[in-house]
Design a protein around this ligand. Structure first.
Ligand SMILES: *Cc1c(COP(=O)(O)O)cnc(C)c1O
Length: 357
């Protein structure tokens, strides 16, 4: 690193903060952003916190043509006693580096970047909303900036962090979602980029999601790309099933995103002595268990919703309705525990939160 010293340029015209609870996800940004540049042979340099502003990029920048980019998503929460907490942020930077490795992007120094994030949050403290369910969404990302149309990894990159206050994911209380089991399109295959948080994985799902929405579904449940049989995950959530008292979630196989919420739930279930297994589960097996009345709860997990109960799955014209379209007992318990720890309402027995002072 050439210049490890962080430069801070404060914004001279601060924006008005939005009215809480009425913020559509990802549309409002704070006064400042973090940027740092990478130059091949020199490394990451010039870490800066500057006023939030547009970028100027060459039209030939690699990001625009070959999609060499990775991102992360995490949140800062305000506690009742006005402290600000981050939930397992080191896991996000570890995962960013894993994604980067897959996309041939140079790694960042995880600890150092966590330090920069902390500085940025300190400066934007007032942007962390306080109403129940709200938070400050944090979006770190890296783009390849070198102007070069030759197919191949760029020689220059930009790492940035932007912040966006978000309203409650369930403003009217937790509501189970209806999801279509996708039987045509594929999200990822083993050996592909499914385990990386990279742009192409998301835009390639839009067509399937749009089709699902036309028939009244909120999202799609992806099956494995080879057999169209084994359950993988939802658009931006991992998936869990409670079948005869046992919790089952698809094992990480290279095409599934390694969710930090997923990981936290498995750790909690282990602590609570509730049986949990990571294994392959086919849609046929799920349907059969459903027909036998053995599927007790289904829920998706991710930073956005934490727990999103699934009330209904539609698969090849067949409908599976879970727990009478209501949130299950275990889903509620997990939701209360994780959101409790995130917002300081419950004691963090696991060392998952980091306070930004
Ligand atoms: C981000 C993401 C998740 C959830 O990960 P968390 O770390 O729990 O937020 C799951 N699936 C996909 C495809 C994702 O992009």
């Amino acid at each position: 690193m050439k210049t490890a010293e962080l430069e801070v340029v404060e914004s001279q015209n601060k924006k008005e903060k939005p009215t809480q609870d009425q913020i559509p996800f990802g549309t409002t940004f704070t006064d400042h952003m973090f940027t740092m540049d990478y130059v091949e042979g020199e490394g990451w340099q010039e870490p800066k916190i500057i006023p939030y502003q547009p970028l100027t990029l060459d039209p030939a920048a690699v990001i625009f043509h070959y999609g060499q980019t990775v991102f992360e998503g995490l949140k800062a929460y305000r506690t009742k006693d006005n402290r600000i907490l981050l939930f397992r942020p080191e896991k996000n930077f570890q995962r960013l580096n894993l994604s980067s490795e897959r996309l041939s992007i140079p790694p960042i120094d995880e600890e150092q970047v966590l330090g920069y994030l902390t500085r940025l949050i300190q400066l934007e403290k007032d942007w962390v909303p306080e109403t129940a369910g709200t938070s400050l969404y944090i979006r770190p990302f890296i783009i390849a900036t070198e102007p070069n149309l030759a197919v191949g990894p760029a020689k220059t990159y930009k790492f940035m962090i932007i912040l966006s206050p978000v309203g409650s994911y369930f403003p009217g209380g937790i509501k189970p979602v209806i999801i279509n089991v996708e039987d045509q399109f594929t999200r990822a295959v083993k050996g592909g980029t499914g385990m990386a948080k990279t742009a192409g994985n998301y835009s390639s799902g839009y067509q399937a999601q749009a089709n699902a929405k036309k028939s009244g579904n909120a999202d799609v449940l992806w099956l494995d790309g080879i057999h169209k049989k084994y359950i993988e995950e939802v658009g931006s959530m991992n998936i869990f099933f409670k079948i005869k008292g046992e919790i089952v979630t698809p094992e990480l196989n290279g095409s599934i995103l390694k969710g930090i919420t997923r990981m936290s739930i498995i750790e909690l279930l282990n602590k609570w002595d509730i049986p949990v297994v990571e294994r392959r589960i086919s849609i046929d097996e799920l349907y059969q268990a459903y027909e036998e009345g053995a599927v007790e709860e289904v829920f998706g997990t991710g930073t956005a919703a934490v727990i999103s109960p699934v009330g209904e799955l539609n698969w090849l014209g067949k409908k599976m309705i879970f727990n009478n379209h209501e949130i299950g007992e275990l889903s509620q318990r997990l939701y209360d525990e994780i959101t409790g720890i995130q917002t300081g309402k419950r004691e963090d027995l696991y060392g998952w939160t980091i306070e930004v002072e």
